[in-house]
Design a binder for this molecule. Sequence first.
Ligand SMILES: Nc1ncnc2c1ncn2[C@@H]1O[C@H](COP(=O)(O)OP(=O)(O)OP(=O)(O)O)[C@@H](O)[C@H]1O
Length: 206
Amino acid sequence: MLKVKITKKFDDFKIDKEWEVGNGEVISLYGPSGSGKSITIQSVAGLINPDYGFIEIDKKIIYDKEKNICIPPKDRHIGYVPQNYGLFPHMKVIDNIIFGMKDKDRDLKIRKAIDLLRITGLDNKKDKYPMELSGGQKQRVAIMRALATNPKVLLLDEPFSALDINVKENLRKEIKRFFSYWNIPVVLVTHDKRDVEVLANKIAYY
Ligand SMILES: Nc1ncnc2c1ncn2[C@@H]1O[C@H](COP(=O)(O)OP(=O)(O)OP(=O)(O)O)[C@@H](O)[C@H]1O
């Protein structure tokens, strides 16, 4: 369960939001450009700090302004896929996926990464570089890289916005299928109603 209550103020913009999402659920942060969706998930990931509020994962506080708690991003166990996928261009697909894994044994990491790639049918691309993949393939690798760290929460920022309409629709359905493998809260930032219709159990309007 992820619980979020945050306030953040800039000179000409303020957000004040409260929502929660359970394990195995997908919440969509849905609203127009500039409404504070990215700021919210960056706060959850720990990349920026809200001015007030708290963030809780499975009853553990990872941020609380009043209690002066702010767990660093690397200790939050969060899988975050930014808008541009965030893949390392100089690393092969397989090395991108094993990057955040905690296991010491490289062979074990490789086996786990290949299993993840197999779920998305991309095990034959393991030795390619990100620039050799299509947009949809990059997106799948980015999501698998985030899941490879066994996160307690998965955050996706506009995952389909750069893809053409047919790829989008197929990928939505595929992603919905592999979300069911992971019993964690998923936060999906989008301004596309179709993403909400296909993927979300809950909506937080922005
Ligand atoms: N560092 C900053 N200083 C001042 N204003 C900022 C800063 N960062 C973001 N903002 C403002 O906060 C608002 C929300 O930005 P945010 O990126 O969260 O929007 P969004 O809903 O994710 O939109 P998009 O879909 O375009 O990414 C915007 O109006 C933006 O200009």
